[in-house]
Write a protein that binds this ligand. Structure first.
Ligand code: AGP
Length: 608
């Protein structure tokens, strides 16, 4: 996903913008560029590849200025190259863009017809041409942007500057996030608060089809039609250093090790230890969820696996039917919804396009939507009717870790709360769950202390041709998540399966070249899982098992036995996913992969 940083103020714009772009590197990109107003004109430098190439190109140049825009590009239209990198400049207008202009072909043909000289293959450059044409007529950048917007279709955010009005940045958002940082005497526009935290903690999240005219200090907000609008200011609690690596080799490793603290943070609004109670608050006091007949959980990737786990939690504890959908499927399968449904979206970034589209579809059908996000103020968070949060703190590594375990922890509370509301959670069971969740952060610390065993197991994985992750019941989604971590980090093909499914096909895959990662903690599914493990072992499968400490039988059956503390069935997945995260991390790192920014991936997929 592209990254945008714009600055205007007393500091050297080049420096502020590069710092900000570095904070956005985790989003994934293939080229970058900056434009700085140096005297009457913009000076632009762009480079393919990582920021270090842009920085070395900038070091050869000798220009400076206090107004500028910068961009990290994740190619959609036009291959990754310097000519397609942003900013795009046309007759004194300089623009950066995130998203997709769907009607770019007709715009491109019209511009060529009019004799425009196009210098790239991108849709973004076309917008710069349209604005340059309009600003020559309007003599005002804001007016020109308002005139051009109705001609654009798609999901896009743009930041544009004009050398003849060198005191402002104009930002427009419709889809990908764009946020204004409020700081005295300075102007800041960023794609993610991380890029602005060094200068302010006060931000305004632009809503869809909203414009900001950002001057040095004052900011004016408008609708796409130019009508002034009021916006609320969000105070971001995260500190700038919270988003740093703090001595860890990678953001991902830091975030894995932050899980005990993050989970404790996630639980604290819902866990009342002194009263041994669980409660939830999603900001809608008038909601009576006892009327809900069905819950539909919708998400993507790792968040989808969290939703699958939530299904087990909610159906076992609250006895409410739960359907779980991939957002990219839900949005196009014409789901049959009813007013007694509740849709729950799960999204760490709160910007995933498919999940946002699913949310909008549900709302169009007048179904209540409850959002579970990590980023407060994100588009999904602001678009939902009710909200609760992962409270994981900033998650920079593309591979989601602490947000996942925080989501699972909050889903346990959510399920217990739903059960309580329906009189289905006897006090002894509530006490049991409160105790299990209270012990969870300490148990996570204990699991993390076994890291060297996970690292050894990981390196051994390299010797195998295939990887099957398996589990039953609430451990099955962890098998899917473990396989995804290996795919997205080590670039190795792995599959997650319900262990009971083996005899329906996967058993044919198993021989001594196949690594089997079996999730078999002490729980109600244990015996059946052991049978599946023995089936795999009998065919030569190399068994790495994750089970409850002291389980000698499992240890004997495994080439590698990785122990987690004895815990409540609902907590086992939260503990057993940590060895899977660390195995994938160590294997990927040993292969020399860019663990924080795996190839082809972005932290938040804000385009289809
Ligand atoms: C998980 O490690 C990946 N980063 C990816 O599958 C991610 O979970 C998915 O894109 C959903 O992102 P979201 O939670 O921000 O919506």
């Amino acid at each position: 996903m592209c990254g945008i940083v714009g600055y205007f103020g007393p500091l050297e714009a080049k420096k502020v913008i590069l710092e900000g772009l570095r904070k956005l590197e985790y989003r994934g990109y293939d080229s970058a560029g900056v434009s700085i107003l140096d005297g009457p004109h913009f000076k632009r430098v762009r480079a393919e590849g990582k920021l270090k190439y842009l920085e070395s190109r900038l070091a050869e140049e000798n220009f400076s200025g206090h107004l500028g825009i910068g961009h990290t590009r994740w190619a959609t239209h036009g291959a990754p190259s310097e000519r397609n990198a942003h900013p795009h400049e046309v007759r004194g207008v300089s623009l950066v863009h995130n998203g997709i202009i769907e009607n770019y072909l007709e715009i491109r043909e019209a511009l060529i017809e009019q004799g425009a000289e196009l210098t790239s293959d991108t849709d973004s450059e076309l917008v710069a041409h349209l604005i340059a044409d309009e600003v020559e007529r309007e003599k005002d950048l804001l007016a020109a942007v308002i005139k051009v917007l109705p001609r654009l279709r798609g999901a896009f955010s743009i930041l544009v500057v004009w050398e003849r009005q060198p005191d402002r940045l104009i930002a427009f958002k419709d889809g990908p996030p764009l946020i204004v940082g409020l700081c005295e005497g300075q102007a800041l526009v960023v794609s993610d608060v991380q890029a602005g935290l060094a200068y302010t903690k006060r931000f305004v999240y632009l809503g869809d089809r909203e414009i900001a005219e950002v001057l040095r200090g004052p900011v004016r907000f408008f609708s796409a039609e130019g009508k002034p609008i009021e916006k609320t200011i969000t105070e971001v609690k995260w500190s700038s250093e919270a988003a740093e690596k703090q001595g860890f080799s990678h953001y991902m490793l830091k975030e894995i090790y932050e899980q005990p603290k993050a989970v404790s943070q996630a639980l604290s609004p819902h866990l009342h230890i002194e009263k041994s109670e669980i409660s939830m608050d999603w900001g809608q006091q008038d909601w009576d969820l006892t009327k809900v007949q069905r819950i539909l959980m919708v998400a993507c990737g790792t968040s989808y696996y969290a939703a699958l786990t939530g299904k087990y939690y909610i159906e076992k504890l609250a006895r409410i039917p739960v359907d779980v959908d991939l957002a990219s499927e839900f949005r196009y399968r014409e789901p049959v919804l009813s007013p007694t449904d509740l849709v729950v979206t799960i999204s760490q970034s709160g910007e995933t396009a498919d999940t946002l589209a699913a949310l909008r579809l549900a709302k169009q059908q007048h179904v209540k939507v409850l959002s579970l996000c990590n980023v407060k103020g994100s588009t999904i968070d602001r678009s939902a009717d009710g909200h609760f949060y992962m409270n994981a703190g900033p998650e920079i590594g593309v591979a989601s870790t602490k947000a996942f375990t925080c989501t699972l922890s909050v889903l346990v509370c959510f399920s217990a709360h739903l059960a309580k509301e329906r009189g289905r959670l006897p006090k002894y069971l509530e006490n049991e769950i409160v105790r299990a969740l209270t012990e969870l952060p300490g148990q996570l610390e204990l699991v993390l202390s076994f890291d060297k065993y996970f690292s050894e197991a990981a390196i051994e994985l390299k010797n195998h041709r295939g990887f099957l992750f398996m589990g039953r019941g609430v451990n099955y989604p962890m098998a899917l998540e473990g396989a995804l971590k290996l795919k997205e980090l080590a670039y190795l093909h792995a599959e997650g399966y319900a262990a009971g499914e083996m005899k329906h096909g996967p058993l044919a895959l198993i021989d001594r070249h196949m690594a089997i990662v079996m999730l078999a903690p002490a729980d109600e599914w244990y015996e059946k899982t052991i049978s599946n493990l023995e089936e795999a072992k009998a065919r030569g499968g190399q068994i790495i098992s994750i089970g409850t400490v002291g389980d000698e039988k499992l240890r004997q059956l495994s080439q590698r036995f990785l122990a987690i503390p004895r815990a409540h069935w609902a907590v086992n997945p939260i503990l057993s996913v940590v060895p899977l995260q660390l195995m994938a991390f160590h294997l990927a790192d040993s292969l020399g992969h860019d663990v924080d920014q795996p190839r082809n991936l972005a932290k938040s997929v804000t385009v289809e």
